[in-house]
Design a protein around this ligand. Sequence first.
Ligand code: AMP
Ligand code: ZN
Length: 498
Amino acid sequence: MSPFFSSFINKLYGQPRGEAGAIYLFNTLTRQKETFVPLRRGHVGMYHCGPTVYNFAHIGNLRAYVFADLLKRLFLYEGYEVKQIINITDVGHLTDDADQGEDKIEEGAKREGKSAKEIAEKFTAAFMEDIAMMNVNTERTIFPKATEHVTEQIALVKTLEEKGYAYQTSDGVYFDSSLFKKYGVLGDINIKGLAEGARVEKNPERKHPTDFALWKFSPKENSGLGKRQQEWPSPWGLGFPGWHIECSAMSMKYLGKTFDIHTGGVDHIPVHHNNEIAQSESVTGRQFVRYWLHNEHLKMEGRKISKSLGNTIYLKNIVERRFTPLALRYLFLSSSYRAPLNFTWESLEGAQNALFKAHRHFVEELGTKNGKIIPRYKELFAGALRNDLDSPKALAVMWELIKDNKAGRPDKRVTILDFDKALGLGFLESNKELLAMNRKKIKTEELPAEVKKLLEERERARRDKDFKTADLIRAKISASGFELEDTPAGPKIYSSAR
Ligand code: AMP
Ligand code: ZN
């Protein structure tokens, strides 16, 4: 279906109508769900605003990358060739969004008494570890660094200057937002608020409240601000790139002047993404991104999780409390990426229980033989994800399948494994590593008397090859908080996860 026709259909019905196999995505640009039409048939290019590597990513940030991962997995599941870019912001993101304040990386370097490069490397490595633990599929994903693309950023600023979109102030080169007619197309900008707020006062040389820095000058030697660690020569003097220009430079370098999908958290809509559109389209004269997708925030007690509010939780805190990172992934998937999600330890516990229940079913009930994917379930499952990544519905379909006693075990097994390509909930590895993370080995002598008795009864049943009774007893033992793993030398016993 042509984009024009699909937009016509959307307008007519408010919702896209069922084209078999079509993917529907909510586009912030048009504020409606649209049929996804790739630029190149069977291919999709997507760019995700990456982490600012001055500290660990908090679990709110991780929600953004699990969302990006689900999107990638859906396209792979649907047979697309995926090109995915997640940038690493290792320069230029300032503590104050009015293009003032300190560079977060330089601030992190001071905090830890390390060089800017060391800080960026340390937290890039931590980020890669975190997303690996969240089972984010990084195969063939490109992670370009802003510091390695300064030449490309300078080239964009030069073009903007040549085309008359840029002007210089005493502290940098700025984009004149009044010259880009569509400025603010993504919405959410409170121009009046910006004009009244601190932004203009802090930078009186700025012509309009929505103008933003493309290039910032290093502080003058006698300014008392100290020398920057990361700075580059440019046609305008020694300095560093603005934060927004890096995303335009890296996305267009790897995906072309116009590409399919750009994502980020909703906090990026008003400033960062409106600015990316303005500067990119002013350079190329073409549409920058066709589908803008934004994830809602992860909250704590109703407030956005953010470093500045001091209510951050990191993945390591989750692991310290003996949760598996995949429980957090399950929690994220159990709500739509477009709905705000309130984090509580209880909800994480509920997610972990559900995940382990599904894993246990897979490991203990479904054997090791693979049958055939059950088409009815696959259709429901894929249909849910194709409908703007309705992961809660996809999980519900998975549970319906788990509870379906009529479905053959090998068919069930292979269907769940097929779903897991999109969900990434670690079913294949669930047997060993995952359960082991949260279990403590127990000696038979340490067991309560009644559980010891159950264990003996189960061993007897197993010897008599009465596996039905053995399974029933296992369930009773499990309900008492202990797990069994059968080995040739007899059962190993673990205290249950949490
Ligand atoms: P940053 O490192 O601050 O640039 O953020 C990385 C990504 O996380 C961006 O896409 C943000 O929009 C997103 N993000 C930040 N805070 C949250 C939150 N509490 N919930 C969901 N996404 C968030
Ligand atoms: Zn960005």
